[in-house]
Design a protein. Structure first.
Ligand SMILES: [Zn+2]
Length: 314
């Protein structure tokens, strides 16, 4: 005999509400992959996963959705396969893309969850949410400290609390505890249930130190003169986007070109071994995506640019 899927403790009515909701998850790394799994098991209606990176072995210490055989595959494509085996009733869309002001409409949903590791993307999500009145939930985890906060259209916004120089995501952090990322994602998804079920009573900034067993709630408020709250959206207009970005997790550099995959594949095959993936191709330390981005493993920006010039051209 087969048992039917068990409801969440939230009750049948809530379960029905969740079934009608669409959540967009930006980033399916340490936080996002755990959040995606929890939402899938909870029976959310629709889940859109957006991520610009591929699975690497050093991710597996904390990104429990992935396995060794996923190495080299785009995270969202690997995630989709695993999630569909967990609950086939959830409609899952996977986008191998870097979210920018040009494709920002991908965020359109009932709720956006932050699984990114960088402030630039968070500022973009913040502006999109404010402008389109869509709630989003910030989450971050560094070493043994975690942060979670709900942003509603009517509350203060991310830019009221954080500035570009906050440096919460600096690349020289000493890694992160795998128990922390799972806990932070769990808090984030609990807050997501509250938003989706309209049971939010307050929106403090949660600060968790898992090593010291402390969870504190910090009150935040709207900042006088906040540009985003005033309706000035610099990130949505693409004013803050860079051509080359360092990915903190993998130490790779992303260069946004207008690469034509088939042409470049032909050229690189004459030079050496090219490995094909669903999302693109890999050649030495270069991963070239169908959407025209190139991820390059290099020791610094200069080396990344020189490898790009050598193999991809202008
Ligand atoms: Zn604001």
């Amino acid at each position: 005999m087969r048992y039917s899927r068990q409801e969440l403790y939230l009750g049948k009515e809530s379960q029905e509400v969740l079934k009608k909701k669409h959540v967009v998850l930006v980033g399916v790394g340490a936080l996002g992959s755990v959040a995606a799994e929890l939402l899938t098991r909870a029976g959310i209606g629709k889940l859109t996963l957006i991520d610009r990176d591929v699975v690497e072995l050093h991710n597996l210490q904390r990104q429990s959705l992935y396995e060794e055989k996923d190495e080299g595959e785009a995270k969202v494509l690997a995630a989709k396969k695993h999630l569909e085996r967990i609950n086939k009733e959830v409609q899952i869309t996977a986008k191998v893309e870097d979210i920018t002001h040009e494709n920002v409409e991908l965020l359109k949903s009932d709720l956006i969850l932050d699984g990114t590791d960088n402030l630039v993307t968070r500022f973009l999500i913040n502006e999109y949410s404010k402008k389109n009145k869509i709630p989003w939930i910030y989450a971050a985890a560094v070493s043994d400290k975690g942060y979670v906060k709900i942003y509603l259209p009517e509350t203060d916004c991310f830019q009221c609390t954080f500035t570009e120089t906050t440096g919460l995501d600096s690349c020289d952090t000493a890694g992160v505890l795998n128990t922390l990322t799972h806990t932070v994602a769990s808090i984030q998804v609990t807050e997501a249930f509250k938003v989706l079920l309209q049971k939010v009573q307050e929106t403090p900034l949660f600060h968790l130190n898992i090593w010291e067993n402390s969870l504190t709630r910090l009150k935040t408020q709207r900042k006088e003169g906040c540009e985003v709250c005033k309706g000035n959206y610099n990130y949505l207009m693409g004013k803050k986007e860079k051509e080359i970005i360092k990915f903190c997790g993998s130490g790779s550099y992303q260069i946004k070109g207008k690469v034509k995959l088939e042409e470049i594949k032909e050229k690189l095959e004459k030079l050496g071994k090219v490995e094909s993936f669903e999302h693109g191709i890999q050649f030495n330390q270069l991963m070239i995506f169908k959407d025209g981005r190139v991820l390059i493993k290099a020791k610094d920006e200069k080396e990344a640019k020189s490898l790009y010039a050598q193999y991809i051209g202008e």
